[in-house]
Ligand binder design. Structure first.
Ligand SMILES: Cc1cc2nc3c(=O)[nH]c(=O)nc-3n(C[C@H](O)[C@H](O)[C@H](O)COP(=O)(O)OP(=O)(O)OC[C@H]3O[C@@H](n4cnc5c(N)ncnc54)[C@H](O)[C@@H]3O)c2cc1C
Length: 460
């Protein structure tokens, strides 16, 4: 029997999509491409996925796990002989334990649904990113997603207590730990967090929850030098302490392009400042926290750290401020074609790094080369778009070299939060030593000796 017919026997007719169903199925989050896989397999449970993988293993059939397709490094790209495993029929929030502050979810649960389910119990799942409506917990775990609150709550890795995964040969590793402390030998869940579906397919997870904050202060702040920005960040850390939950920064070009000139937003602050920071603080005492937040921003203005500031007075104003920062679609439409980057480096080195990159790119491709910078500055993470005009794919390697090579001396990372996928695979040695890469290969060979899980991704 044909493998797809055998798979239909496990997941049902609706669980195997082929032909016309794929022709109209998006291959990426913007719908710019269509699905190129041989078929999409949609299991309804861990047991079904285990049976699917046993068959695929026997047939040496490569598979690629997919969530919301919002990944930005071509981690879900499929060739015509590969199968995609979709978790769209495994989207449940299974249970919430309000006492232990944990949640059990299926891998296909959208991040926003997880936020809503936690909030219904007065709790918070703190990992938050602009793709929240589409990305899934399985995708977040597999990429170790960061987002807007890492400065306070850490990355996905810090917010997952346990998980369940299916290995390449169908073996189920059920490590649904709910305990905060569990040092019983190796912490196997870490193998699957951030490994981009190359070591196993995540089916369920136990998430760590926090009390839902009762207060939320959000401001956008204009600053006129990098030195002022650094001192403002330190000031916020010192005065807001543990309440500081986000510290995002848009370089001038980014804010003016998207916030002021795109026609897509109502700019809360005028153009013309070197940097625009979004600061957010959340806490447990609305009156006291709001007073402290206003005081901290007032001090920054008095001390000439900040040049201008707007505190959101309503949820709509907060959404308008974040809307500029999170308008990735508007940004891509305005700047691309070109290259997008997600790098980590020491915060103190960022100004020099960006200036040198901009100068090098404009020397090489002319003064109209777009270099747009923004990101989770509080986490040492910048997103950068570089778009020489006219764009040609032949330029990609050279643009990448301008961005990545200087990171070696800075001990920076070619991937802060998006992962490696196909896009950064050939640059891995900038951020990992030969011994680290060799150990990664050993792990891959031990867990997936036939190379069936997300082939070609992460490691060449
Ligand atoms: C507008 C926008 C904003 C973004 N903001 C951020 C941000 O702030 N921080 C951040 O970190 N990222 C951000 N991203 C990137 C992206 O949202 C994250 O990488 C996210 O975690 C991907 O989730 P997904 O469900 O869409 O996964 P997909 O894109 O479907 O897959 C991503 C990777 O995970 C693997 N995978 C997916 N599900 C599974 C599974 N169940 N088991 C095994 N492997 C699996 C895939 O094979 C692939 O390698 C943003 C993207 C967009 C479009």
């Amino acid at each position: 029997m044909d493998l797809l017919d055998e798979l239909r026997g496990i997941v049902g007719d609706g669980g195997v999509l082929t032909g016309d169903d794929l022709a109209t199925r998006a291959g990426d989050w913007l719908g710019l491409s269509t699905c190129q896989a041989k078929a999409v397999i949609r299991p309804r449970s861990t047991a079904e996925l285990s049976a699917v993988m046993q068959l695929c293993h026997a047939a040496r059939q490569p598979v690629i796990g997919t969530g919301g397709l919002t990944g930005l490094v071509h981690g879900t790209d499929a060739a015509g002989h590969e199968l995609q495993i979709s978790f769209e029929r495994m989207r449940s929030v299974i249970s919430v334990d309000p006492v232990g502050r944990t949640m059990l979810v299926e891998a296909g649960a959208p991040l926003q649904a997880v936020h809503e389910a936690a909030a219904a119990h007065g709790l918070l799942y703190p990992v938050d990113l602009g793709a929240r409506g589409s990305c899934t917990i399985g995708g977040n775990i597999s990429t170790n997603a960061g987002g807007n609150t890492v400065v306070r709550y850490g990355m996905t890795r810090d917010n997952v207590l346990g998980l369940e995964a299916v290995l390449a040969n169908g073996t189920v590793i059920c490590a649904l730990n709910t305990l905060l402390k569990n040092n019983a030998a190796y912490d196997l869940k870490q193998l699957f967090i951030g490994s981009e579906g190359t070591l196993g397919l995540v089916t369920r997870a136990v998430l760590k929850l926090h009390p839902l904050p009762a207060s939320e202060g959000t401001a956008i702040v204009a600053l006129d030098s990098f030195d002022a920005l650094l001192r403002f960040f330190a000031h916020c850390g010192r005065r807001l302490g543990g309440l500081l939950s986000s510290f995002e920064v848009m370089w001038q070009d980014h804010y003016e392009l998207i916030g002021v000139n795109s026609g897509r937003h109502n700019p809360p602050l005028p153009a013309g400042h070197a940097f625009y920071a979004i600061v957010e603080a959340t806490g447990t005492d609305p009156d006291r926290d709001a007073a402290l937040f206003a005081e901290v921003l007032g001090e920054a203005l008095e001390q000439d750290l900040a040049s201008d500031a707007v505190i959101a007075a309503s949820k709509a104003q907060r959404a308008a401020i974040w809307g500029i920062r999170e308008d990735i679609e508007g940004l891509f439409l305005a700047v691309l074609p070109g290259c997008t980057f997600d790098v980590s480096l020491p915060i103190a080195a960022m100004d020099q790094y960006v200036k040198a990159l901009t100068a090098a790119a404009r020397t090489e491709w002319g003064a109209d080369t777009r270099v747009v910078v923004f990101g989770h500055l509080g986490d040492g993470n910048l997103h950068i778009l570089v778009a020489p005009r006219p764009w040609s794919e032949d330029l990609r390697r050279r643009v990448e070299a301008l961005v990545y090579e200087p990171l070696r001396a800075l001990n920076g990372s070619i991937s802060a939060e998006h992962g490696i996928g196909l896009e950064k695979r050939d640059w891995l040695d900038v951020s990992r030593t030969p011994a680290e890469i060799a150990l990664m290969r050993t792990l891959k060979a031990a867990l997936d000796p036939l190379g069936l899980l997300n082939p070609r991704k992460v490691l060449a």
